[in-house]
Design a protein around this ligand. Structure first.
Ligand code: PMP
Length: 297
């Protein structure tokens, strides 16, 4: 990687069309270059996706990733929240398509960790409303919905190199959609959003996907190890994190373990991201200590 980066002419602007990385992605996904747009992380693409469609609002299902709402507010677009049901599944979103720019479905969902059902997503897509399926965590899950692009021109799949690829600091995300949607996004976004270095790193990682696969296997094993350890307080997960019904944020923080403290409907729960084996061991040990203490109160 370092060798390849050292050959980049730093005084030149990056490739304006990001073609080398888009070509590699297209090959990787078995789609055409015209079906892919890359961004400085997938966050970077969300405001442009909101911008290109018409309508007064976006539709989200909380609890979910906060950036859909953040960018809608920035664009002056209303947000209709149709909360997930008790199983964290989306409900009847096909009824909320009037005046809707985009329906955001996060699958697997952050922070609940579950996958959304194919038939429910298809019901929304059949209305013709633009639908984003945010698949940031799909590499850790049993299902993805890329194949629905063959049937639906109103679908946008959003993905990232920040999770399974382990490149959160490098900032690479991408959207896959019908050509018309991709060219509409390309028309409204600044041309040099991504650095030459990030793009080159992305290309190399796609060439070395076997390494990524090994890492995914490891994370899945570790995820199951932690889940089994705390089975009664842990939700099923199709991601690289676990949602746990335990209010241990402060206790863990004192031991130098930072997990996500959740609020609102999920208050009293934590989200823990699977780490290295030693980190996971330390987490298991500390959480066990917390639970034993609470049990002895
Ligand atoms: N979508 C979801 C569901 C996420 O959880 C995240 C990262 N937390 C992102 C998108 C953003 O990823 P990126 O680093 O590519 O901007």
């Amino acid at each position: 990687m370092l060798d390849s980066i050292s050959k980049i002419p730093f005084n030149r602007y990056p490739d304006i069309t990001a073609t080398p990385l888009r070509e590699k992605l297209a090959e990787f996904l078995n789609v055409e270059v015209g079906n892919v747009v890359v961004g400085n992380g997938s966050d970077d693409l969300i405001p442009y996706i909101i911008k290109i469609f018409e309508g007064d609002r976006i539709v989200i299902s909380s609890p979910t990733f906060k950036m859909y709402e953040f960018f809608a507010v920035l664009e002056g677009v209303d947000v209709t929240d149709v909360p997930l049901d008790d199983n964290f599944e989306i409900v009847n979103l096909e009824k909320y398509v009037e005046n809707t720019r985009v329906v955001f479905v996060c699958s697997p969902n952050n922070p609940t960790g579950n996958l959304q059902r194919r038939e429910k997503i298809v019901r929304i897509l059949k209305t013709g409303v633009p639908v984003v399926i945010d698949e940031a965590y799909h590499e850790f899950s049993s299902e993805n919905y890329l194949d629905l692009l063959d049937d639906f021109e109103n679908l946008i799949i959003l993905r990232t190199f920040s999770k399974a690829f382990g490149l959160a600091g490098i900032r690479i995300g991408y959207a896959v959609a019908h050509e018309e949607i991709i060219s509409a996004i390309l028309k409204v976004r600044p041309p040099f959003a991504m650095s030459s270095i990030s793009m080159r790193i992305g290309e190399i990682m796609l060439e070395k996907y076997d390494l990524v696969k090994e890492r995914i296997e490891f994370i899945l094993e570790e995820r199951e190890r932690i889940r089994r350890e705390f089975e009664d307080i842990t939700y099923p997960s199709e991601t690289n994190f676990l949602l746990m019904n335990v209010d241990a944020y402060d206790f863990l923080l004192k031991r130098g373990i930072v997990v996500r403290k959740l609020d609102g409907r999920l208050s009293g729960k934590i989200r823990v991201t699977i780490g290295r084996r030693e980190e996971n061991d330390e987490f298991i040990h500390s959480l066990r200590e917390f639970i034993d203490r609470v049990d002895n109160l």
